[in-house]
Write a protein that binds this ligand. Structure first.
Ligand code: MG
Length: 342
């Protein structure tokens, strides 16, 4: 019999997490377990406040599921049932999707990346985020990024050039930039991107508010750097709307309801000739390793969640040459710290 368990948990961030719009020191999550025949699959819902789900809403959603009569060997039936139960609730759905993929992999002794046809040898390097902060703290953060070759910089404040200059004083590492909708004027945005193009930057994520799609199209046409959608795209059904306004999309399991839909998004984005970034929220190794299973299919990877927290309930992912290592372990390859049974 398939049994679902879940419990709330609070991730403590190493540094207050500053992005355009807000700063916070913790992120609520819900950890899930799906057990079948003594084998346990692990899942996670990460709940940054701006997405609207809470520990309460996730627990309410999960408590309404009745999975007992389903077979874990028919995962698609379960995913359809979970997806159709209620609209929204994408992080709650992802927590089941991840646990189910982990369980399915373990029951079949296969790592999830193999199920998706992903080749670990093609894993891109992952970036690690530097949140908005004072010049001194930014320098300290940069010095703590040993092992990572790409820094993701959060812009969208009035001090954007100052932040980049502060980083460039202490490192020549490649940068990616996330504006989190912070620039409100297309001409200013273009000027900034042209300036960033001289700063060894890979791409610019969500430069302007998602509602300003025409302005973003205008910007993308002229931008010397790829312009990537994040807040503009949640699920597969959003893709047609925005596909002509951007050069690529940031896929996150918590937005799109999990690994299954993420793989569909990857396929569709490729069809549309869009670049693919695999990203994450503040997450433990659980959701992070789940996303990493798909990451070799992406152009860029931003899976730094576990490295920004100091109470990861699981082992940190292994990083080698700036890349997350995918092992031969079945499922999502998650390793427990201690006995963390719910
Ligand atoms: Mg983003």
């Amino acid at each position: 019999m398939l049994v679902l368990r879940f419990k709330p948990y609070t991730l403590q961030l190493k540094y207050p997490f500053g992005i355009a719009g807000n700063t916070r020191t913790t992120t609520p999550i819900v950890l899930t377990e799906l057990e079948y025949d003594g084998v346990i699959g692990y899942g996670e819902a990460s709940l940054p406040p701006y997405l609207g789900e809470t520990q309460e809403s996730v627990q309410l959603f999960l408590s309404q599921l009745s999975l007992n009569h389903f077979s874990p060997f028919e995962p698609k039936e379960i995913l359809i049932y979970v997806n159709n139960l209620l609209p929204g609730n994408t992080a709650a759905k992802a927590s089941v999707d991840i646990a189910l993929h982990d369980l399915f992999g373990k029951l079949n002794s296969i790592p999830c990346y193999k199920m998706f046809g992903a080749n670990p040898a093609l894993m891109p390097k992952t970036s690690i985020t530097i949140g908005i902060d004072t010049e001194e703290v930014i320098a300290k953060k940069v010095n703590e990024t040993i092992g990572f070759d790409i820094l993701k910089v959060k812009l969208g404040s009035v001090d954007d050039k100052k932040i980049i200059n502060a980083i460039r004083k202490v490192t020549n590492k490649v940068l990616s930039v996330d504006v989190n909708q912070g620039w409100k004027d297309k001409h200013f945005a273009l000027e900034m991107i042209e300036w960033l193009n001289e700063q060894n930057v890979l791409f610019v994520e969500q430069p302007m508010p998602k509602e300003m799609l025409n302005e973003i199209s205008w910007l993308t046409e002229r931008s010397p750097l790829p312009v990537i959608a994040d807040e503009s795209i949640q699920r597969l059904s959003d893709l047609d709307n925005i596909k002509n306004a951007y050069n690529g999309i940031n896929i996150k399991l918590m937005k799109c309801s999990g690994m299954y839909e993420a793989s569909k998004l990857i396929d569709k984005a490729r069809e549309y000739n869009l670049k693919i970034l695999i990203g994450c929220m503040n997450e433990s190794s659980c959701a992070n390793m789940a996303a990493a299973q798909l990451a070799p299919l992406a152009d860029w990877v931003d899976l730094d969640g576990p490295f920004l927290i100091n109470n990861n309930p699981f082992k940190d992912p292994e990083i080698k040459e700036g890349k997350i290592v995918l092992s031969e372990l079945p499922g999502i390859g998650l390793e427990l710290n201690t006995s963390s049974s719910l």
